[in-house]
Design a protein around this ligand. Sequence first.
Ligand SMILES: *Cc1c(COP(=O)(O)O)cnc(C)c1O
Length: 379
Amino acid sequence: MVHAPPLSGRPTWLEIDLDAIEHNYLQARQAVAPATALYPVVKANGYGLGVLPIANRLLRAGADGLCVATIEEAIQLRQAGISQPLVLLSGLSAGLEELVVSYRLRPFVFDLAQFKPLSQAARHQPITIFLKVYTGMGRLGLLPEQLPEALQLVATLPGLHLAGLVSHLACSDQPDHPDNSRQLHTLNTLLQHSGLTHGQTSLANSGAILARPDTHFAWVRPGIMLYGASPFFPANHGPEVGLQPVASWYTRILQVRSLPAGTAIGYGQTFVTQHPSRIAILPVGYADGYNRLLGNRAQVLLHGQRVPVVGRISMDSIAIDVSALPDVATGQRVTLLGRDHQALITVEELAAWQGTIPYEIFTNLGERVPKYPISSRTC
Ligand SMILES: *Cc1c(COP(=O)(O)O)cnc(C)c1O
């Protein structure tokens, strides 16, 4: 199934390499023991890259189930025909228990008040839950001293099947950070006290999958690594840890003009040409996820060369200085993210220019940017 971008339509688009998704999934698979289950994280529309083709490819590659954040995300997967286990990482809000049961979702439960309504909703159809315990992240979770009461509730209320304990690491992007060992120790202590040592425990996200085998337990939750970005940003880039870039972001030149020295470009006139210049306008802006912080800072690729973004980022357009390149013309393809001949702009590089992390570059991609899955597979 090879999808090519259509010849008509918006000339600003993303290509999502499903073969790279599978390669990165297999990197996670190889990093854990054969008995360890993999539940890839496809929350937030597959980290902004378009969830359905990615979810289907991951399941075909052997994923045991999928993790999402919200009930809406899970329902979208169910309505697309996905029947494998779906884990709700953000649990549920009061009033949504019937939905969680009817779609057979597996929530993280993090509050003592959640057990009775869940049991009530699950009286005709049992539900599988995970107890999210606090080990040091400082977000959701049952406090260690609440665990005995939680276990008591699960044991006495009907309809609740407890799969195991789960927790989340605060510093897995820095594998040697002492908090990783501290959180691991806390979780192991809670497991011993709960008698759930052989339960379906889970702790590891991407960074811990690649660098902390001691955190793998029964199943792992790879996220950012599947999308090709290094979980250890800013220490390195995805390709340096064996991951393949997944997303390429392209646009086409809308207009190119020769302008005299002293011409101001864009809102606020923050860039003024110092010499006679060739300036090209691209139909992409902050409404597409090309953040305003990239103005006068980022570079793009044209004819395999790096050229600078000049002036502020508008909602729908940006300007680039192409004075150094011959033969620049309307309609030529420009690479905002990804490879062009020998040149490459990684998501880590975009994130550094913008002062953020690769996760946010992906999840801020605009809804109006079409995302085309590509694959060299012919099935
Ligand atoms: C998002 C998320 C993950 C995946 O984290 P990555 O750093 O992207 O691998 C794992 N577990 C939980 C609870 C999450 O919210």
